[in-house]
Design a binder for this molecule. Structure first.
Ligand SMILES: [Zn+2]
Length: 480
């Protein structure tokens, strides 16, 4: 299996450091505000990578941390009088609900930075003892000049990095690139004692170094894959390497560094200041979470991706094709072998090629169009992609729609003054297409169009039910 390694800037053959075992650390959320889909993209990719490595027979240990202290939560707590950790707990609980809806497997370890203060402080002491860190008036800083490989992961020259960092002048630092390992507490801030230094809190970068070492690599001989979004390469991951590697028996910190591409929304970054912010918790209610996953699977994980309402609607249609094929396949009867060697071989070839999930979806479309794979094997591979068939997939098939259903739906749409060509689609696809249009209308807050679409479906006997999990449909009594 080939996997792109940011560290070497090539797609390399993936071989775990220990036989049969893969250790993964992914930088998790800082839940001091609501998460958005941009955060979720890389978590969804690493979930699929983890599932595929498990398919390949590896025992996978997956660590995703929680940065449960930062300036934003402290400032929010100061402003509202609420405890900073209550804010963190609230946003993190909301994030976990969204992750569960998106089908992300539970993490093996979910370390909170504030529960690793002792290992973090131990690491800072070692860095000071080795001359890699120094104490100033406001904190303890990492001395970048002592680490010759600094800038290697980001593939940038130290002079270039210096020039970038100099914008932010800090009198306390020896060098503009130096960064805080420990911040001495200001009045009213949460603090942990750190003798003989001043009480305070850890910097963000050291948290990951210390938690990765504690949970995956106490011997200091490295673990397999360190992941995160591409925006973390510099400075966060560069700094993690600088902190960890001087203390290791045998670097590198991680054999593979894997990074997911950025997600844009209508060609812009999502930000409250740009007015295009939508919390993840709302997005997964407005759209079928499986369609969201499908959308990500359609795009190479390293590419910059642009999210639009049209693209999610199209992903829903692609998924509907596979759902319909799944429904049409007969379940295996007792004693019948559950095998589809062609499906297995082609799915592995696609995913072995640096997790080419777009090619894997093309394989699924092609195999179900040209042959009749085992339903169980198709379900298995959908599970590897994190889109396992649910009971609802089959319920949609339990109804027989009248042969002229699509034509009647089109007529109802015309009557409702909706321009929607559904001709040629199967009844299930036509319904999915109308649902996609309706969710588009709802996101544009065009309630009248949303109601007209629902009424058109209703006139054709299709009842909609909106819930937290999205919209489901069923065929009403008039048609049965
Ligand atoms: Zn990290």
């Amino acid at each position: 299996m080939k996997l792109y390694n940011t560290r070497t800037r090539t797609a390399e053959e993936f071989v775990p450091l220990r036989d049969g075992e893969v250790r993964i650390y992914v930088c998790g959320l800082t839940p001091s505000a609501q998460a958005h889909l941009g955060h979720a993209r890389s978590f969804l990719f690493f979930d699929v990578l983890r599932r595929y490595l498990m398919h390949r027979g590896y025992r996978v240990t997956y660590v995703q941390n929680v940065t449960d202290i930062d300036d934003r939560s402290i400032n929010a707590a100061k402003a509202t009088g609420e405890d900073y950790h209550a804010i963190i707990d609230r946003y993190y609980a909301e994030f976990k609900v969204s992750m569960a809806k998106l089908g992300v497997l539970e993490f093996d370890h979910e370390p909170y930075a504030t529960q690793y203060i002792k290992p973090i402080q131990a690491m800072i002491r070692e860095l000071i003892a080795g001359g890699h860190a120094y104490v100033t008036q406001d904190g303890i800083y990492y001395r970048v000049a002592t680490f010759a490989n600094y800038g290697k992961l980001a593939n940038r020259h130290i002079d270039e990095l210096e020039a970038g960092a100099r914008i932010e002048v800090d009198e306390n630092k020896e060098d503009p690139l130096d960064f805080a390992l420990w911040k001495f507490a200001k009045p009213g801030e949460p603090r942990w004692p750190f003798e003989p230094y001043t009480a305070g809190r850890p910097g963000w970068h050291i948290e990951c170094s210390a938690m990765a070492r504690a949970l995956l690599d106490p011997q200091g001989t490295g673990f397999d894959i360190h992941g995160g979004g591409a925006d973390l390469i510099f400075p966060h991951h560069e700094n993690e390497i600088a902190q960890s590697e001087p203390l290791m028996a045998r670097p590198p910190m991680a054999n593979f560094w894997a990074h997911g591409g950025l997600l844009l929304f209508d060609n812009r970054k999502m930000a409250k200041s740009l007015g295009n912010f939508e919390p993840l918790s709302e997005l997964v209610q407005r759209h079928d979470p499986q369609a969201i996953r499908w959308l990500f699977l359609q795009t190479g994980y390293r590419k910059v991706m642009n999210f639009t309402e049209d693209s999610i609607a199209a992903a829903g249609l692609g998924l509907a094709r596979v759902k319909a094929a799944y429904r049409d396949l007969a379940p295996a009867t007792d004693g019948e072998p559950v095998e589809s060697p062609e499906l297995d071989r082609r799915m592995e070839a696609a995913l072995d090629d640096d997790m080419n999930t777009a090619a894997a979806l093309a394989v699924l479309y092609d195999v179900v169009a040209r042959s009749t794979p085992s339903r169980e094997r198709l379900a298995y591979w959908l599970g590897v992609l994190g889109v396992s068939p649910t009971d609802a997939w089959l319920e949609e098939s339990a109804v027989e729609l009248a042969p002229d259903f699509v034509a009647r739906l089109e007529a109802a749409l015309r009557e409702a003054q909706v321009d929607a060509a559904v001709l040629g689609a199967s009844p299930a696809e036509a319904i999915e297409r109308v649902l996609a249009l309706r969710s588009e209308a709802r996101s544009a807050k065009d309630w009248s169009a949303s109601d007209r679409l629902r009424d058109a479906l209703q006139r054709c006997g299709v009842e909609l039910k909106d819930s937290k999990e999205g919209t489901s449909w069923s065929v009403g009594a008039s048609l049965q």
